[in-house]
Design a protein around this ligand. Structure first.
Ligand SMILES: Cc1ncc(COP(=O)(O)O)c(C=O)c1O
Length: 441
């Protein structure tokens, strides 16, 4: 069985030199948990510039859904690169953008025709959703959630409420957004318990917010992640979205769903919102959509995407090479990777839940499919967040050849490629077990 192979002190000599140069020339705004300098990668296996081999449970922040450099994706990219690299789908037509739009429009749940807008990233998809909601409704207000991460452009950042560092010194942001508590049941903002609470957090929107400060007829959209990603992989109760969606529909408010992280098969369904029985009005997509090629997409009901020529566009959006990568990515997801996400996700969660029995510090294990996280606490009783342990575990895992990332204040996320095998999960769990024992056992 394949295992990580660490043969230098980390970072190795080549990595150290590059990191030094990075410090001189690259923006200091990036957050690197550990000094990994990647040379090449295949599947879940990442080689650094010094020849060390790592097992990747980050998939490049939930992007490489089909594994690093899947041969069919690479073949499609090379073939398209020989034909056409760019023409700009905003001013001209080309086949890959049109074919991908048709494919996405057919995949999106719900009755009625759909239309697709293309950008280059998650933030651009959210930005477009934000603008489209205003355009279509002619309303100025929006609701978003505490813990949400929607991206870093000014509009998307205004909707974000994850960490203050993301907003510091950038005010004033886009006005008219009210953040409300998400159904984070492990730490209920209302100190209630599910299911006895009957989702009081949703009732509060109609019974308090819409009666006191926010006239619902002025709200364009509720913008929400089906499962909060950066916020800590928070899975709301099964009826949360449907209950909220019904309130939205009652007042003519658009239900705008950010599936940038949860979409494209990661949770075992093409769109995570399918677990919750809601057909959104607008969906923002990016990350896993093109296996690592930059692409963002926005799908909307055709009657909602009613903006006119010139009202929104992007030079690079819907790049032909990215679109071809997306078409093959979707094929692979449909051929079996989504099913694999269900099977392996359950296997991973079962392994983590078993560890949870013996490790007091593993306060909560949660997720859907291969969107999984562990929240670390000092003790189970008072749930004091164990942020330093979390950080230490991630660093030590790296030293042993396992790549992990944090999310929320004190959680670790597991977001491997959807090609992950049971053997790779065993390897991940074995390293994770060792490291948790060392740090907090
Ligand atoms: C749910 C969600 N929305 C939007 C974004 C922003 O995507 P990008 O970094 O591609 O702009 C992210 C990125 O992590 C995300 O997780």
């Amino acid at each position: 069985m394949k295992s990580p192979m660490i043969k230098t002190i980390l970072p190795g000599p080549r990595a150290r030199k590059l990191i030094e140069k990075d410090g001189t020339y690259v923006s200091p705004s990036y957050t690197r948990y550990y000094p990994l300098v990647v040379e090449k990668a295949r599947g879940l296996w990442v080689h650094d510039v010094d020849g060390n081999v790592f097992l990747d449970f980050t998939a490049g922040i939930a992007v490489c859904a089909t594994g690093h450099c899947h041969p069919r994706v690479i073949k499609a990219i090379k073939a398209q690169a020989d034909l056409l690299l760019h023409m700009s789908g905003t001013d001209f037509y080309y086949r890959p953008q049109i074919v991908l739009a048709e494919k996405l429009a057919c995949l999106v749940p719900g009755k009625g025709g759909k239309k697709v807008y293309f950008g280059n990233s998650g933030a651009e998809a959210v930005e477009a959703a934000f603008k489209l909601a205003r355009w279509h409704t002619r309303r100025e207000l929006n609701l978003a959630f505490y813990g949400a991460f929607h991206g870093r452009t000014m509009g998307a950042l205004s909707l974000t409420a994850s960490k203050t560092i993301q907003k510091k010194h950038y005010n004033p942001l886009v006005p008219g957004i009210t953040h409300i508590p998400y159904a984070y049941c492990y730490r209920c903002p209302y100190n209630l318990s599910y299911p006895q609470c009957s989702l009081g957090c949703v009732d509060w929107v109609e019974d308090t917010l819409f009666r006191t400060t926010i006239p619902p007829e002025e709200v364009a959209a509720i913008i929400v992640e089906p499962i909060q990603g950066e916020g800590g992989c928070i899975v709301p109760p099964p009826e949360f979205h449907l209950k909220l969606y019904k309130i939205a529909k009652k007042y003519g408010i658009l239900y705008v769903v950010d599936e940038v992280q949860s979409g494209m098969g990661r949770t075992g369904k093409m769109f995570a919102m399918e677990h919750f029985g809601v057909d959104p009005d607008i969906i923002a997509l990016a990350k896993g959509i093109a296996s690592g090629m930059p692409l963002g997409a926005l799908t909307a009901l055709a009657e909602v995407m009613d903006w006119e020529a010139g009202s929104h566009a992007s030079t690079f959006g819907g790049n032909p090479v990215s679109c071809q990568a997306a078409l093959v990515t979707i094929e692979l997801l449909e051929e079996g990777l989504m099913d694999n996400a269900v099977v392996q996700g359950e296997y991973l969660m079962a392994g983590l839940r078993e560890f949870q029995q013996s490790f007091e510090c593993m306060g909560d294990v949660r997720g859907k499919g291969l969107m999984v996280a562990v929240e670390f606490v000092k003790d189970r009783e008072n749930k004091e967040p164990a942020r330093e342990w979390r950080n230490e575990i991630i660093k030590k895992a790296f030293q042993k050849g396992l790549l992990l990332l944090g999310c929320g204040e004190n959680s670790i996320r597991f977001s491997p490629a959807l090609t992950v095998t049971a053997a790779e999960i065993d390897e991940c769990l074995s390293i994770f077990d060792d490291v948790v024992k060392e740090v907090a056992g």
